[in-house]
Design a protein around this ligand. Structure first.
Ligand SMILES: Nc1ncnc2c1ncn2[C@@H]1O[C@H](COP(=O)(O)OP(=O)(O)O)[C@@H](O)[C@H]1O
Ligand SMILES: [Mg+2]
Length: 268
């Protein structure tokens, strides 16, 4: 059971209330996008979810258990893909087994056959099987982030968490990476929570949305409920027109999302 329940979550840093009584439930297998401007509390929410930051008040339940710290069944993908440049895509993906194998064993490449297969499978999921032997530093930012996704998948998590995973990428690469992320979660039946500040990407790849503003939850719903009015509520005075430029708000792109391309390719 990997349903996630966030119940009355509060996080304060001194005088700053980063999260203010945030509650929502995520059924297993849902792909949730957390939306909000910079400073609205997205990273804090993700850090609380993955157990890196203890809540000031409230609780997070994974299944029936109160989450009290980092968990093996949750894998995190970071904005700054902390990929090791000198290592191949494959070796980087294999480091996802670090929590599984002893560190030394991993350094000595003593992973067992099963783990090596998992790394190759994960690279295939993100469309990088042919590049498996390539050094990460020779890869594009988008490819490196896909290696980051592969490494997270190798942990065999039930929950994928990603904090602004495409923030440093150009729009084309960002779309591609989000496509692979969505496909990976869908193929493996993972619950996913991703923060994004770009509305167009969120609408294209998200299934369910949680909107934060000044640490408060101001929206919680599915794509058809994410109207211009609700977007205004989340983004306030910020001009969202540019952010929506690439998106047809009444979009006919729904179908592509729910039926990812066969063979595990990008959804976009
Ligand atoms: N470690 C911290 N110490 C103090 N304030 C913090 C810390 N982390 C976040 N904040 C504050 O909490 C609020 C929410 O930040 P954050 O969760 O990073 O938002 P977002 O990811 O949406 O940009 C901001 O006001 C930010 O300045
Ligand atoms: Mg952030």
């Amino acid at each position: 059971m990997t349903d996630i329940t966030v119940d009355g979550l509060v996080k304060t840093y001194g005088d700053v209330t980063a999260l203010d009584d945030v509650s929502f439930e995520i059924p297993e297998g849902e792909f949730v996008v957390v939306l909000g401007v910079s400073g609205s509390g997205k990273s804090t929410l993700l850090r609380c979810l993955n157990g890196l930051t203890p809540p000031t008040d409230g609780e997070i339940l994974v299944g029936d258990e109160t989450a009290t710290g980092p968990r093996r069944d949750m894998a995190m993908i970071f904005q700054q893909h902390n990929i090791i440049g000198q290592m191949s895509a494959y070796s980087n993906a294999l480091t996802g087994t670090l929590g599984r194998t002893r560190f030394l064993g991993s350094l000595l490449q003593l992973q067992d056959r099963e783990e090596k297969l998992m790394a190759l499978e994960a690279l295939e999921t993100v469309g990088l099987l042919d590049e498996a032997r390539q050094k990460a530093r020779r890869m594009s930012g988008g490819q490196q982030q896909r290696v980051g996704i592969a490494r997270a998948l190798v942990q065999q998590p039930d929950v994928l968490l990603a904090d602004e995973p495409v923030a440093s990428l150009d729009p084309g690469s960002a779309q591609q990476v989000m496509g692979y992320l969505r496909t990976a979660a869908e193929e493996r039946g993972l619950t996913a929570v991703t923060s994004l500040h770009q509305v167009n990407l969120a609408r294209k790849f998200g299934q369910r949305f949680v909107g934060l503003r000044d640490g408060r939850k101001v929206f919680d719903g599915y794509r058809d409920e994410l109207t211009m009015d609700t977007i205004d509520e989340i983004y306030g005075d910020i001009d969202t027109e540019g952010m929506l430029a690439e998106t047809d708000i009444d979009g006919d792109d729904e179908e592509t999302i729910d039926q990812p391309a066969a063979g595990g390719g990008p959804v976009a």
